[in-house]
Design a binder for this molecule. Structure first.
Ligand code: G6P
Length: 357
């Protein structure tokens, strides 16, 4: 095991650092004059007008992100927690493809949701890291994220590769209606591995983790694609540090969560470069109540000057800034957990793949 971890103390840290390479593999051969998803059969996307994602945990957050990328391109999309999809199945509609996003391809809730969709005669697609997995075998078709094996219970590189894969899918679906973002977006995607490399190598978040390691709770807020990143930042932190962490839509702060803010609850505010002024005013609301704010966003983000700390992300298309911001939050969770001496790769009560409903 130590040999496999190489120079890293934990698989999670190694896998965070593997992300540039994982993303290169995800994108390999899929970007050119257009998007080419050669693993898909020609007919898989025929007649698809709408996408319903089903997923759990980190894969659900990637699905929320993917749904926003589709909606931005005029393709109706929704993301469902797989367990809720099964509890209250939405009515089947012609033209909807149900896409199960699952790293392992074995999560029981996600498989149950896909089987439910299948029983309603809806086409299904697995977006997975695992060739030969149950999801890949049972769905009508499968699209592989090609991130390489992930051992740490807390998903890291698979989130980035899932979002990149869903961005490719969004472009492909939108291209048919002429609503794709085209070459500039493909260029930004191609540059994503380098952007992630810059963030992991800077490790700017280490001092922030040290500064806030004794906090009462950690909050994460964002808008648009920043919202699933806020949810994912909080999930990562609670999973491996056992500290209380929550992610909120920034606009919802004033509807309840602000009551929790004190000088002992740092709030990580994600600025994707979209709706920046609104996120900045949410950050003001937090600071005026004494809460420390850590801005996570572009180097020139107006939040930077008004925050207690700033974790900068390299310039990219605003639709991809969230992927870079998320890498800072993965490292935040990792470093806080390391400071608190937690068993990072095997957090208590959690499993890498949950095969019961
Ligand atoms: C477990 C893992 C999470 C993961 C979730 C979904 O809860 O601990 O890290 O996000 O399952 O897994 P999947 O394999 O379906 O992506």
């Amino acid at each position: 095991e130590d040999a496999e971890k190489g120079r890293y103390d934990h698989y999670m840290h190694k896998e965070i650092h593997e992300q540039p390479r994982a993303l290169e593999q995800t994108l390999q051969g899929r970007l050119g004059d257009g998007v080419a998803l050669d693993d898909l059969a020609d007919e898989t996307l025929d007649g698809v007008e709408r996408v319903a994602f089903v997923a759990c945990g980190t894969s659900y957050h990637a699905s929320l992100y993917g749904a926003r990328l589709l909606i931005e391109r005029g393709v109706p999309a929704s993301a469902h927690l797989a367990s809720e999809y099964v509890t209250a199945p939405p009515p089947a509609r012609a033209g909807t493809i149900v896409v199960g996003v699952t790293q392992s391809g074995e999560t029981a809730d996600t498989l149950a949701a896909l089987r439910e969709a299948h029983s309603q005669d809806q086409p299904t697609l697995a977006v997975t890291n695992t060739v030969g997995s149950t999801a890949a075998r049972e769905c009508d078709d499968a699209l592989f994220i090609r991130a390489g094996p992930e051992i740490g219970v807390a998903a890291t590189k698979t989130f980035s590769s899932q979002v990149a894969t869903l961005a490719l899918l969004a472009e492909q679906l939108a291209a048919r209606e002429g609503t794709g973002r085209g070459r500039p977006f493909r260029r930004a995607l191609a540059a994503l591995p380098d952007g992630v490399r810059t963030v992991v190598e800077s490790d700017d978040v280490r001092s922030v983790a040290r500064q806030f390691r004794d906090s009462d709770a950690y909050f994460f807020v964002g808008r648009g694609t920043g919202h699933p990143v806020a949810l994912e930042g909080a999930l990562k932190l609670k999973e491996i540090t056992y500290e209380h962490a929550e992610g909120f839509a920034a606009g919802e702060l004033k509807h309840g969560p602000l009551a929790l803010v004190t000088e002992r609850t740092p709030v990580f505010a994600i600025d994707t470069g979209h709706n920046t002024e609104k996120v900045a005013s949410n950050a003001e609301e937090i600071r005026s109540r004494g809460g420390p704010v850590v801005a996570v966003g572009p180097a020139d983000s107006p939040l930077g000057d008004r925050a207690d700390a700033h974790l900068p992300v390299p310039d990219t298309d605003p639709a991809l800034t969230g992927v870079l911001a998320n890498v800072h939050l993965q490292l935040l969770a990792y470093h806080v957990a390391a400071e608190l001496d937690r068993p990072i790769d095997k957090p208590r009560n959690l499993a890498k793949s949950v095969t019961v409903e």
